[in-house]
Design a protein. Structure first.
Length: 192
């Protein structure tokens, strides 16, 4: 079995990603964690989609150099995906933007798999603990949470099946203290 095939399986990269090379650095230095840097590129047929909306768009230029994404740790080492050339396209909706990559969300320096793990840890504990565990900033954890929530909310309609909304105010405590109560009525509970 080839090393590139093993790395592709460990990292969970699909068939549309080609591994160009890899390097395991920092094995000699005991003060830092070793890091696995995997250089990848997209297959030629995959190029040409807008990074924001995913629609096919004509090419604009070859991009502005190397880009890196932090990936899920592999064993004892941190992992980074590195791309030497990130072409840009001219989307009719979003203008000039970087192409879509299958391993990361747009405007993120982390892979989607890494963000999913970080957000899970942030939900189970808190954002600061997730930041400390993965050696990233609290703000990066917060941004990952926002990106993941926007992606999830974009796939679902929160008002689907809503027929009626009821709003009521209830007085509580002395003086002018009110509590607004809102509830919805799903379509199954309304008698026709």
């Amino acid at each position: 079995m080839r090393v590139n095939k093993v790395i592709r399986s460990l990292l969970g990269l699909g068939g549309e990603v080609v591994i160009v090379g890899w390097e395991l650095a920092g094995l000699d230095d005991t003060s830092v964690r070793p890091s696995l840097q995997v250089e990848v590129r997209l297959r030629v047929g995959r190029r040409g989609r807008c990074g924001r909306c995913g629609t096919k768009a004509p090419g604009y230029d070859s991009g502005d150099g190397r880009r890196r994404w932090r990936h899920v740790d592999v064993g004892f080492a941190t992992c980074e995906l590195v791309v030497t050339e990130m072409p840009r396209v001219r989307c009719p909706t979003h203008g000039v933007t970087v192409i879509e990559v299958p391993w990361a969300r747009h405007d993120s320096s982390f892979t989607a798999a890494f963000e999913d793990v970080v957000v899970h840890d942030a939900v189970m504990a808190n954002k600061q603990r997730a930041a400390d565990r993965y050696a990233i900033s609290w703000r990066a954890v917060n941004n990952a949470c926002v990106r993941l929530a926007e992606e999830a909310l974009g796939r679902t309609d929160l008002l689907e099946g809503l027929v009626a909304v009821a709003i009521d105010e209830v007085k509580y405590k002395k003086g002018q203290r009110y509590l607004s109560v809102t509830w919805n009525t799903p379509s199954e509970s309304i008698a026709t």
